[in-house]
Ligand binder design. Structure first.
Ligand SMILES: [Fe+2]
Ligand SMILES: [Fe+2]
Length: 271
């Protein structure tokens, strides 16, 4: 089921299928339909994506002023791209790590996240369409799937980088985005971003929960392992300011992320 979503290219088709499969999963979990076995799958290294948007390297994506209508469309377009990517990321963790024995709650959590990301994508697409645009009208960042490829063989690395670094970053920047749409009195975009802001806390929390679970299984110190894995798989340092309040709500303590704001000196180099 997860692989079927990953190999569906069109955005709205992907999210419709994602919501359908999520509903099937939760109906089975409530005993309303036959149980679904956790199988193993061979998901594609990269998910299928629509022909548009054109994917460019971040340097080539034109920057627009957020004070203008065109700037707000560009901002929502970037959010839609992130949300579609997030749909694939959550199904990918389910499909790719089926060989790692995990409690059933692990699957419940990521199916729920995937269902939420599907709604996020659709809400943001609705906003774009009401502004006379659509997802695919502008170029989008290539390389968003890089974190998934880098951690394709490492479940703990995936949890560290995707929910606990990238989705946590979303908590830092979303309030500023909501303010931009408040100034423009765009009620539809404010409502969509507020849903996203509230639900993303849960995604970070699930990441932290299962990361701690796996560290506990290996009797390893979660903070040390987190620092090692982020330094191995994440390109660059973490950038403050952090939303310490929402990060705390999601089970991400300051000593996890603050040390990662600094580059480590190269081994053997004098200070
Ligand atoms: Fe989202
Ligand atoms: Fe998310």
């Amino acid at each position: 089921m997860a692989t079927e979503i990953l190999t569906t290219a069109d955005g709205r088709e992907k999210t419709a299928l994602s919501k359908r499969h999520a509903a099937t999963w939760f109906a089975a979990r409530k005993g309303e339909s036959p149980a679904i076995e956790i199988g193993t799958a061979t998901p594609p290294l990269q998910p299928a994506r629509p022909e548009r948007p054109e994917l460019l390297s971040p340097r080539e994506v034109p920057k627009r002023k957020p004070g203008s209508e065109a700037g707000r469309i560009a901002l929502l377009h970037a959010v839609a791209h992130i949300e579609l990517n997030a749909v694939d990321l959550h199904w990918d963790i389910i499909a790719r790590f089926g060989h790692v024995p995990m409690p059933i709650g692990f699957y419940d959590d990521w199916v729920k996240c995937a269902e939420e990301e599907s709604r996020h994508f659709e809400m943001v697409c609705d906003c774009l369409e009401n502004m006379g645009s659509y997802y695919g009208a502008l170029p989008a960042h290539a390389g968003m799937w890089r974190a998934a490829e880098d951690t394709a063989d490492d479940l703990m690395g995936r949890l560290a980088v995707v929910p606990m670094v990238l989705e946590a970053r979303g908590l830092d920047v979303t309030p500023g985005m909501i303010n931009i749409f408040r100034k423009a009195k765009d009620e539809q975009a404010i409502a969509a971003l507020e849903v996203i802001y509230a639900e993303e806390v849960g995604h970070v929390a699930y990441g932290s929960k299962w990361f701690h679970f796996l560290c506990g299984r290996e009797n390893a110190d979660p903070k040390d392992v987190f620092h090692q894995l982020v330094r191995r798989y994440f390109h660059g340092v973490l950038k403050p300011p952090f939303n310490e309040e929402k990060r705390a709500e999601a089970g991400l303590p300051p000593d996890f992320y603050w040390p990662l704001t600094e580059d480590l000196p190269a081994p053997g180099s004098a200070d």
